[in-house]
Design a binder for this molecule. Sequence first.
Ligand SMILES: NC(=O)c1ccc[n+]([C@@H]2O[C@H](COP(=O)([O-])OP(=O)(O)OC[C@H]3O[C@@H](n4cnc5c(N)ncnc54)[C@H](O)[C@@H]3O)[C@@H](O)[C@H]2O)c1
Ligand SMILES: [Zn+2]
Length: 384
Amino acid sequence: MAQSATVRIVNSKHLASLRDKKRCSCDIIIDEGLLAKGKITRFASALLKRTPTSCVVITDSTVHRLYSSVAVEGLSKIAKTDLILVPPGEKSKTFDVCIKILSDLAKLGLERDGALILLGGGVVGDIGGFVASIYKRGVKYIQVPTTLLAQIDSSIGGKTGIDAEWGKNQIGTFYPPAGVLIDPILLKTLPRHEVLSGIGEMVKYGVISSERIFSELERSRAHSSSDIGHLIEPCCKIKARLASKDPFDFNIRSILNYGHTIGHALEATSEYAISHGIAVLSGMLSEGWIARELGIFQVSDFQRQESLIKRLLTTNSRLDFQMQHERIVKFALSDKKNAGGKLRMSLPERLGKMHQNKKDGFKIPVSVDLLKPSIDYLKRVLST
Ligand SMILES: NC(=O)c1ccc[n+]([C@@H]2O[C@H](COP(=O)([O-])OP(=O)(O)OC[C@H]3O[C@@H](n4cnc5c(N)ncnc54)[C@H](O)[C@@H]3O)[C@@H](O)[C@H]2O)c1
Ligand SMILES: [Zn+2]
């Protein structure tokens, strides 16, 4: 059984608190400029509760060009440090890439008292975390997320994984990192569509848990990384709280999957041409429509969701792949929340609150017949 996923946010000014006896299994440190200021060394030792004998930084080739030399230089001061590169993008979340990383680690001679430092977006974090969980039956690792999506979501909570032919994230483990180091400055180099992808998950936090986050996103005009930087911490807190309450995703954590049943299906059927967050924004439109059809989602809040997501999607991106109903339905049915061949979704009641009932908890049964009209609704919204 993996260790518990209790998480807390630590103010980086209070590094001492990281060393207290009651510390959680995963601390999150948010500190502007931590990488450039060389703090990775100090924080890594504190999070690992020791100085590692050796470290391997795993990153993708894009992040490598931008940031890995600073990380490797810093870590080299305390431990033998090597580097493994993976190609950027979702297509790296495969067994082939995993096996390559595992054999590289063996060639580099990483022992169980060494550590992995995962520098990159959700792809590096997911595949690196999966490798950490199986290499020599588990080595410690630290997430250093470099995309907005990874900083507020994928680096927290210990879900690791790769994609399978039959669906996204279908192979994986629960294996929390020793800690997460978030440097918001790194987002300055993030392309606009990747910022938008992270905003997709921010909108999700707004709908599932915080009307305040949602209205701040409504108020923001530019939705740039500096505009919404102050929302990183509240989003991390929501993710950390839900992951701590339900580390193995049996009930309340499933609310984090709002928009993801249809979102994942859109992502996969587009052959990953659309980014995760854009798929989630689209998925929330469709799943929100289903919630309204079922009489669950308050109409005025459904309309607020429609207007914010429509603004984000139509002014920033194009969803110009063919949405094929049959393939989307097939993928949606393979979703992990489904039970007994029936479709289940987490659905909102109003902004900041998800629907729950005694029988189904947060996983509400949904008729497959509602999928097609929900995709038709999505198409209509995006074409007007
Ligand atoms: N484990 C979880 O709980 C969880 C949660 C949500 C999403 N995910 C997964 O996360 C993945 C998506 O993550 P992502 O959106 O971060 O994508 P990503 O890791 O593919 O990164 C997106 C792109 O941005 C580039 N990049 C990264 N940091 C950069 C920076 N600072 N400056 C410039 N370019 C940079 C990368 O090279 C890549 O090309 C998906 O596979 C999704 O399934 C996992
Ligand atoms: Zn997501």
